[in-house]
Design a protein. Structure first.
Length: 319
């Protein structure tokens, strides 16, 4: 910051020998937080002493003040403007020079610079906070989200995407080829180009080889990013991991097929066992009436045994 002030031309607005920042603590301890010589060389210890001489006035200063003191080298002049006041210390912007005193115009210019810097710092802090909140929101979404520019280079990934493809720093600035196989990359690019060309979202199914070695299936939506001016600035693709869902769907389909098989088996068993019961009963009756004919009795025994074997097979099928 001091180096920036040194080259900013501030000495053209306010003639000075030295510019810097100072922190003044309630226990009268003064720290120079960086400084730069613009004109005549000045001892920072001397600056600290001069600040301490006006400690009471400085503590009660509103926006800023200017002070002049006679020392061995001549007249020491200093402008002090308040940057920020804390509970145990305060930060100040300081301008120093020897001999010619600062004018009221110099003081107001210094106050204006300090206020402008404070406003910029506050604005930057607000922007930074909002950026952090948006990043936290972006990273908290469990859906995989990746944005690409119009050249197909990766601009950002959220944590859900990072968990699949690895450290985002290794991928930002590169194409999807960085973590897609060549075959999948060649299939992805036409979808990417179509989303940009048609300006409409496209749904597709994509499989990734995650960094943990597992294959992950994602239901993806690839949508164009359109600026306020109506220009396509890239694409965002987001997707949900449906790997487990697909496994469950397969298991449910198998269960459905088993249920159909069971129902079919029950129907077949019913259609087979009823005639078998009739055959078995008739064979028994014929056996009783043919007890004097050994060949007939033996033949009917074979029929009854065959019926029993068929019945056992049907029972096993049902179980």
């Amino acid at each position: 910051m001091v180096e920036y002030l040194k080259i900013s031309g501030i000495d053209q607005m306010i003639p000075m020998d030295y510019v810097g920042f100072a922190t003044v603590y309630d226990d009268h301890h003064v720290v120079i937080n960086g400084g730069a010589t613009i004109g005549r060389s000045m001892d920072e210890k001397q600056i600290q002493q001069q600040i301490l001489m006006h400690f009471g006035d400085i503590q009660s200063v509103g926006t800023g003040g200017k002070y002049s003191d006679v020392i061995e080298e001549g007249t020491f002049n200093i402008i002090i403007t308040l940057i920020r006041k804390h509970r145990n210390y305060s930060a100040y912007f300081i301008l120093c020079k020897m001999d010619d005193p600062f004018t009221e115009r110099d003081l107001h210019t210094a106050i204006f610079i300090t206020n402008t810097a404070n406003e910029l710092l506050a604005l930057n802090y607000t922007v930074l906070q909002e950026k952090r909140e948006l990043q936290n929101l972006y990273d908290s979404i469990p859906t995989l989200i990746t944005t690409l520019d119009t050249e197909g280079r990766i601009v950002s990934l959220n944590k859900a995407a990072e968990a699949i493809v690895g450290d985002r720093k290794q991928h930002i600035g590169h194409t999807m080829r960085n973590f897609l196989s060549e075959d999948k990359f060649q299939r992805f690019m036409p979808i990417y180009n179509e989303a940009i060309k048609t300006r409409k979202p496209i749904e597709c199914m994509v499989k990734f080889h995650a960094i943990n070695g597992k294959t992950v299936t994602n239901e993806m939506v690839i949508a164009p990013l359109i600026s306020r001016k109506g220009e396509v600035t890239g694409v965002v693709f987001y997707g949900t991991d449906v790997t487990e869902k697909r496994v469950y769907e397969k298991e449910i389909e198998q269960l459905r097929q088993y249920a159909l098989l069971g129902e079919l088996s029950a129907n077949i068993a019913h259609d087979i066992k009823n005639p078998l019961a009739g055959i078995h009963a008739v064979a028994r009756l014929l056996q009783k009436g043919s007890s004097d004919n050994e060949d007939t009795v033996e033949l009917l025994d074979d029929i009854i045994n065959a019926v029993g074997r068929i019945n056992n097979t049907v029972e096993q099928l049902l179980s």
